[in-house]
Design a protein around this ligand. Sequence first.
Ligand code: PDD
Length: 286
Amino acid sequence: MKGSFPKEVYLNGEWLSSEAAKISVFDRGFMHGDGIYEVIPFYKGKSFLLSEHLKRLKYCLSEIYLDFDLSGIEGLVYEALQRAKLGKEDAAVYIQITRGVTPRTHFIPQNTEPTFLMYAFPAQLGGFENRSWKVLLYQDLRWQRCDIKTTSWLANTMANSKSHELGLNETILYRDGLVTEGSHSSIFFIKGNIVYTHPEGPAILSGITRKFVIGLCKEHGITLHEEPFPLEELGNVHEVFCTGTTTQIMQVTEMIYKGKTVFKSSDNGEVLKKLQSAFKEKTRSL
Ligand code: PDD
């Protein structure tokens, strides 16, 4: 995996080489996954939906009762890009805040010193409209607060590994027969020119790209229903796509459920094409 790490990170107030950046083994992020994170995209150095990402970061901090002062974070984000020589490139910035070093308690200790990590990395943000995913449907075994973007990834990575093992691109999760979202993406279904996606709430992450695509549908007069899509309806779907910060709007060409193909689509339909070109236009004219 060498080479997939940034050369430099910002850790607790200082810029350090990745090798020199160390944390305590008693950090609650390391010990318990007690932390949250964000991934913010930059198109040729221009931020996209930065304030929405920072608003969600603030929401997640408050939902896990973690006090952390985010003032000055925008300057740091741009400094991370500059220092990584990504100030004019397609890139992303990773931000992670854990509760910090405490004794090994189940209760949440008060007045802890959070651990703050940030770094910029190059991201492939071009050409999404020419790529596609094949996905696996799998039961959603995550906790009941998926709206919190937690570093506790175990359920997501165990689910994602199920599709990865099959050489597929993403695992799409379902709970009680209703599709929620991907292990690291939101999902939309198009049936008879109507777009469906799971409503906001604790069952899914409030995807920033998801919300932007909902706005695109409104802007382009595309009917969208925020309602959970039933597994048994997948046979009548015309188009499927996933969204995410580094996924953008990704066509899904095949969905596999219990070893069988339950959805297959070759070329992008009109609605998907319209959304992808609108997304590309917006992100390339920032
Ligand atoms: N993942 N749902 C889950 C579970 C996610 O992890 C993500 C994003 C999304 C898409 O949300 P957004 O449009 O705000 O990126 C939905 C990020 C990109 C990641 O883990 O890298």
